[in-house]
Design a protein around this ligand. Structure first.
Ligand SMILES: Nc1ncnc2c1ncn2[C@@H]1O[C@H](COP(=O)(O)OP(=O)(O)OP(=O)(O)O)[C@@H](O)[C@H]1O
Ligand SMILES: [Mg+2]
Length: 142
C-alpha cells in the first residue's frame, strides 16, 4: 500500500473511561476526510468493541496499555490498529465466531468481533496466548 496521507498514534491506560476517549479520538481524526455520519458511527462502534475487549478480556480490568493507531490513505482507506499486551486468545477463529464468549457473568453476548466485521470492510485478528491481541480493521470510505 502507498504511504499514509496522515496518521495518529495513541496510548491509553486500560481504564473504562478511556473507551469513550478512544472512540471520540478516532472519530475526530477520521472526520478530517469527511466521512458520512453512518461511516463515522460504524467506525466508532468497531473501535468501541475492540477497546472494550482489551480492557475487559485482555487486561481483565487490571492496568495495562492499549495502543491505538489510525492511518488514512489518499484513496480514502482508513486502517485502524488496536493492540494490547494482555492475556491473549488461545483460539482466534473460535473467539471470532458470533455468540462465542468466555464471559460467565452474563454481561457479554459474544458479538464484539461480529460487530467489527459488520461495520468494517476487513478485520484481521492476531494473537498468541499470553502475548496480547492485535486487531487491524480497514474501511474504505465513499
Ligand atoms: N483483547 C482480548 N484479549 C483477550 N481475549 C479477548 C480479547 N478480545 C476478545 N477476546 C476473547 O474473544 C471472545 C469474543 O469476543 P467478542 O468481543 O466477540 O465477545 P465478548 O466480548 O465476549 O462479548 P461482547 O463483545 O458482545 O460484549 C471474548 O469472550 C474473549 O474470550
Ligand atoms: Mg467484546
Amino acid at each position: 500500500m502507498k504511504r499514509a496521507e496522515n496518521q495518529m498514534k495513541l496510548y491509553l491506560p486500560s481504564l473504562s473511561v478511556n473507551e469513550g476517549m478512544a472512540r471520540s479520538a478516532v472519530a475526530s481524526f477520521v472526520a478530517q476526510i469527511n466521512p458520512t455520519l453512518e461511516e463515522i458511527s460504524d467506525i466508532k462502534c468497531a473501535v468501541s468493541e475492540a477497546v472494550t475487549n482489551s480492557i475487559v478480556h485482555g487486561y481483565k480490568y487490571e492496568s495495562g496499555i492499549i495502543y491505538i493507531g489510525v492511518k488514512y490513505y489518499s484513496d480514502r482507506t482508513v486502517v485502524i490498529e488496536i493492540k494490547d499486551n494482555g492475556c491473549g486468545i488461545e483460539n482466534v477463529k473460535q473467539a471470532m465466531t458470533p455468540l462465542f464468549t468466555t464471559d460467565t457473568s452474563g454481561e457479554r453476548s459474544g458479538m464484539g468481533f461480529a460487530v467489527m466485521q459488520t461495520f468494517m470492510d476487513k478485520l484481521d485478528v492476531r494473537s498468541h496466548i499470553g502475548e496480547g491481541v492485535r486487531v487491524v480493521m480497514t474501511k474504505k470510505l465513499g
